[in-house]
Write a protein that binds this ligand. Structure first.
Ligand SMILES: Nc1ncnc2c1ncn2[C@@H]1O[C@H](COP(=O)(O)OP(=O)(O)OP(=O)(O)O)[C@@H](O)[C@H]1O
Length: 580
């Protein structure tokens, strides 16, 4: 009945809260039983005209005390449910987080980031309800009928047996629905995610769709998908309503049976009037907890699906712990016979790449689009694992280096470095939490963005999500300032100046050249004019290093670099001609 032992074991802390929650619910049931017995006793005395004044007072006091007790029990049970849900969230999210840390920067090779986000947010939230509502109700729905049986059996054993026997009919009817519901729910979820993906994609590409006037067609396509989703949602709702109707039939049918039996027994003189009334009033309570459990049924199904996904992530094989750290004083980078094939593909994208990148100095990697430049950066930052050949930092194989130390030593600045919603200070202090204002201004000066920020609110200037209130050039300058503040040993700039104006490009390049006087700097660029000052340029063609040397040496060689350079020069001269 949707009880996952491993899940409960994983969140062992929640067991005590579930047990306490069930206990509080049980106390509330006992209070209710006490109240009903007092009322029925009083009714019997009234009926036989035996009631005295004090009886009414006694009933009033017992009812008030019982109601107060039930209120306290309900509050306590919901507190326990909250604590159990909190424990689940904390335990599972921290386990997922630890797992990702163990998997390292290359985790996305095993599980897509979108799935991790979905599991960590929505998946864990679903389990919160599973632990907070379903599990306590599951145990309580077993305990309640047994308790009521023990209470009613001395009054009328046949009635108590009849009521107890009818209770399991509810889970039986749920199980019957479950076989059908599983398939339907899995189709429902796949339709739901398909519609969500299409919606997100169309929203992100809305400008393109408008430009090519394809929005009407996409709209129609989405309408068709939405219609399919509406239909399957209706089927799920119908299934849920039907299952509730079946459960109600069983529950109220069972209660009616209890009433009929108790009245028959009363007429036969086998039970007292008070006993008969107590059976009538308590017979519904036999079924209500199980009926309530039935209504949590879909929560449990979602919880099970979520836990499968969570355990799939937690069970991913992880590399053994690595203790070797990067020595910041020996930050040469060397690649020998480096080959790489992306996981899940067969095409090798890097073939026997040899590179020697000295500590301190500017080394550039250039080549046509798709030749493998970013793949090299990805291997050097540890985001792509499973290479063959050798890739070393400071003489140590990257595959053997501790991921945290690698992240601390190699900083990557791409063309879309992310700025977070917050202030300039918060974004910069990510790189150095203890940095003082003077240090922050120093790197902003170096990135040539200090003047602009001084005219705004200085370090407290607000940055919108993704830096959307800043220009492309300003975002890159801020990203550069943050990277400079980080003080890593190796810097990789991957098309860091693409999409920015010439002025920003010149300022950023000036700082990159300056940085290379002290650090190991690798500059990846498709624009050859940017790499002219480099001490060594590696030219890649279809995943192979075909040439290397300084700019003038490569031009003299009249090879691939020369061809690329001539083509770009021609294009730039044509551009300038076009403007005139
Ligand atoms: N995640 C991936 N999965 C599979 N193949 C990939 C992946 N990323 C890149 N590739 C392939 O690897 C090859 C090299 O890509 P890479 O991004 O390294 O090229 P690049 O030289 O940086 O190109 P550009 O200058 O256009 O950014 C390409 O053919 C690309 O299709």
């Amino acid at each position: 009945m949707m009880i996952n032992k491993r899940l409960i074991q994983t969140v062992g802390e929640s067991k005590k809260y579930i047990a306490a929650g069930v206990l509080w619910q049980w106390c509330s049931l006992l209070a209710n039983v006490g109240m009903i017995f007092t009322i029925t006793w009083f009714l019997q005395r009234l009926f036989f005209e035996q009631a005295v004044r004090g009886d009414f007072l006694l009933v009033a006091v017992v009812c008030a005390a019982s109601l107060l007790l039930r209120y306290i029990c309900t509050r306590k049970a919901s507190d326990m449910s909250y604590l159990s849900a909190k424990a689940v969230k904390r335990t599972l999210r921290s386990q997922i987080f630890k797992k990702l840390l163990h998997l390292g920067p290359a985790y996305s090779q095993q599980v897509p980031t979108s799935e991790v986000v979905q599991i960590t947010v929505e998946g864990v939230d679903q389990l919160e309800t599973y632990f907070g509502a379903y599990l306590p109700q599951f145990f309580y729905s077993m305990l309640a009928p047994l308790t009521l049986f023990a209470v009613l059996a001395p009054i009328s054993l046949p009635s108590a047996i009849a009521l107890l026997v009818c209770v399991p009919l509810i889970p039986v009817s749920i199980a019957a629905v479950q076989t059908f519901a599983k398939k339907l729910l899995s189709r429902y979820w796949s339709q739901y995610t398909t519609l969500g993906d299409t919606f997100l994609e169309n929203l992100q590409g809305l400008t393109t769709l408008k430009i090519y006037r394809a929005d009407a067609y996409k709209n129609q396509q989405m309408n068709e998908e939405a219609e399919k989703f509406r239909k399957i949602t209706m089927r799920v709702l119908t299934m849920q309503l039907n299952s509730i109707t079946v459960m109600d039939l069983v529950a109220y049918g069972g209660a009616a049976l209890g009433v009929v039996l108790s009245v028959t027994r009363y007429r036969a003189g086998a039970v007292s009037l008070a006993g008969c009334l107590a059976i009538i009033l308590l017979s519904a309570d036999f079924f209500i907890p199980m009926r309530q459990l039935g209504s949590f049924f879909h929560i449990a199904m979602n919880g099970m699906a979520a836990s499968d996904k969570i355990f799939h992530l937690l069970d991913l094989p992880q590399p053994p712990p690595k203790h070797k750290t990067v020595d910041p004083c020996r930050c040469t980078v060397t690649c020998r016979n480096l080959c790489y094939t992306y996981a899940g593909t067969e095409r090798e994208v890097l073939h026997q790449v040899d590179m020697d990148i000295p500590a301190k100095g500017l080394t550039a990697v250039v080549g046509d689009s798709g030749c493998g430049k970013s793949t090299i950066a990805s291997i050097l930052t540890g985001r792509s694992s499973g290479y063959s050949g050798s890739a070393c930092i400071g003489g140590d194989e990257i595959a053997d280096l501790n991921a945290e130390s690698l992240l601390r030593s190699v900083v990557y600045v791409g063309h879309g470095s992310y700025l977070f919603a917050g202030t300039v200070r918060e974004n910069l202090q990510m790189a150095a939490p203890q940095a003082e204002d003077a240090q922050l201004w120093a790197v902003l000066e170096r990135a040539h963005i200090a003047d602009f920020l001084q005219a705004e609110q200085g370090l407290d200037t607000v940055i919108a999500e993704g830096g959307s209130n800043f220009s492309g050039g300003q975002c890159q300058r801020l990203a550069l300032a943050r990277a400079l503040l980080y003080d890593a040993a190796v810097y990789i700039f991957d098309e860091a100046t693409s999409n920015v104006d010439v002025e920003s490009e010149n300022d950023i390049m000036e700082q990159i050249v300056k940085l290379a006087e002290e650090k190991t700097v690798i500059l990846i660029s498709h624009r050859l004019a940017a790499v002219v000052p480099a001490q060594n340029i590696y030219v890649l063609q279809a995943g192979r290093v075909v040439e290397s040397g300084m700019h003038h040496q490569l031009l003299e060689r009249q090879g691939h670099y020369h061809a690329l350079w001539s083509a770009q020069q021609e294009l730039e001269m044509y551009g300038e001609g076009g403007i005139q």
